[in-house]
Ligand binder design. Structure first.
Ligand code: IPE
Ligand code: IPE
Ligand code: MG
Length: 239
């Protein structure tokens, strides 16, 4: 039987270059990229993937030109408005990770509603990382732990406690990361959570990343030997 990753994380990169190659404005690349989210969510669900986490906007993406940032925010709002009712029917549980406190109150309300309305679903857990940074997440988790445990010495802080206060609490760590767009870096995505994630980098731009390529990546994942620090012999003995 094929080994399916339980949790796939994706860095959806290359929208701008996809547009540039076609002499189109970057915004068109983002529109195409947003449309592709829907088909990849469906494809993951069809494969039986239980958790899918997509990097939509990083804490560093605020450095982009103002009009591009506002295009990305508009697309995010449109996505919420359009997809939530379908997610409810498709058994998708929707979550947002990232610092949402900077979003407009109306957007924060939309997010909370989407999370609440899909909270009973369990077929696929779809998490969108928006205003997310791995460093922010780790720092925030540490601060939350300190606030919750004011009498404990810092030496009693354990890795499992950090995991508990990360924005991904309740989600397993990703088994597989796919980054489109040709760069081989993490760009401050799930730094703590990806300690043992299998990393796959493809040159394909995000708007062109389709279900056939996804199937190939899942097959590649199935051939990996995940040792978690152990030897081959130990790992084979466990199976
Ligand atoms: C990914 O595509 C979308 C976001 C980062 C929000 P890019 O916009 O980074 O596309 P490139 O890397 O410029 O091609
Ligand atoms: C990473 O892509 C962030 C998202 C896909 C949301 P970037 O395009 O921002 O990454 P860098 O700047 O090339 O590292
Ligand atoms: Mg990019």
């Amino acid at each position: 039987m094929e080994l399916i990753p339980k949790h796939i994380a994706m860095i959806m990169d290359g929208n701008g270059r996809w547009a540039k190659k076609r002499l189109l404005p970057r915004a068109v690349g983002h529109v195409k990229g947003a449309a592709n989210v829907r088909s990849i969510v469906q494809a993951c669900s069809d494969h039986g993937v239980e958790y899918l986490t997509l990097f939509a906007f990083s804490t560093e993406n605020w450095r982009r030109p103002e009009d591009e940032v506002s295009t990305l925010m508009d697309l995010f709002i449109q996505y919420l408005d359009k997809e939530v009712s379908e997610m409810k029917d498709a058994g998708i549980r929707f979550r947002i990770i990232g610092d949402r406190s900077v979003f407009a109150p109306s957007l924060q309300e939309r997010i909370a509603r989407a999370e609440q309305e899909t909270s009973h679903n369990s077929k696929l857990n779809l998490t969108i990382a928006a205003n997310y940074g791995g460093q922010w997440d780790i720092l925030n988790a540490t601060r939350l732990w300190a606030l919750a445990n004011p009498t404990l010495p810092i030496s009693s802080l354990e890795p499992s406690a950090i995991s508990e206060y990360l924005s991904t609490c309740g989600l397993p760590d990703p088994d597989l990361l796919i980054r489109t767009g040709g760069e081989s870096r993490l760009s401050n995505f799930l730094l703590w959570q990806m300690a043992y994630t299998e990393l796959y980098f493809t040159d394909t731009y995000w708007p062109e990343f389709g279900s056939a390529e996804l199937r190939g990546v899942i097959e590649w994942f199935g051939k990996r030997v995940r040792r978690f620090g152990k030897t081959d012999e130990q790992v084979l003995g466990e199976n």
